[in-house]
Design a binder for this molecule. Sequence first.
Ligand code: URA
Length: 245
Amino acid sequence: MAKRPRLPAGHNTLDQILFDQGFGERRVCEGLVLNGLVQVNGEVVDDPDAVFPEDRLSLSVDGMPWVTHVKALIMLHKPAGYECSLKPGAWPGVHNLLPVPLRRRGLQPVGRLDQDTTGLLLLTDDGPLLHKLTSPKHHVPKVYEVTCKHPVTSVMCEKLRKGVVLDDDPAPVHADAAEPVGEGETCHLRLTLLQGKYHQVKRMVAAVSNRVEGLHRSQIGRLTLPDDLAPGQWRWIEDPAIVLP
Ligand code: URA
């Protein structure tokens, strides 16, 4: 077999780029190109061996606009009624909200939100980044908007900031920030956590004799859930630095 010429760094053939982006098996990607279904920067390219830069290449694939990302990091506005698990049980998985190429790439959720929690969820196929974002050594602050059953008092907030003991660990966990939101008596609490323990918000709020009735994550690191990202919608994050400590 003839040896393929060496490709410049960061470049690849169009069929391989499509494959890596999740557009299907190599043969399928080759077929898409040969059938004139792929545009690069607005022009049809029908040679699967044509060489292009792999990252931030502007494609249209069978009518779907797509900007390539060698490593995917996305934000999803998670609606209620979806599970973060890769093998969901009672509820559909968040992966069902993503387009097919991203589903094929096997993106992993960065930490998990409960089925009934809404808000900002990150997903990535970048292993080292996933490790950084989930490692307890890296303290990435996460902000939760909590609707409680009972009014939120300043005593409760102080206890949450000082630390409460949960049932699985004698070491207290504390909120980086905890404050009531709104004028006068309010059931809305804003909580900032640096850790991501199982059901942490619900268990911390229960530890101060209140109860979570609604939970929404509004911020991770310096990234706030954009107002124009509706529940169920997703968007690329172009620079991971925004979600790193
Ligand atoms: N803490 C919880 O209790 N649930 C979530 O979904 C996230 C944080």
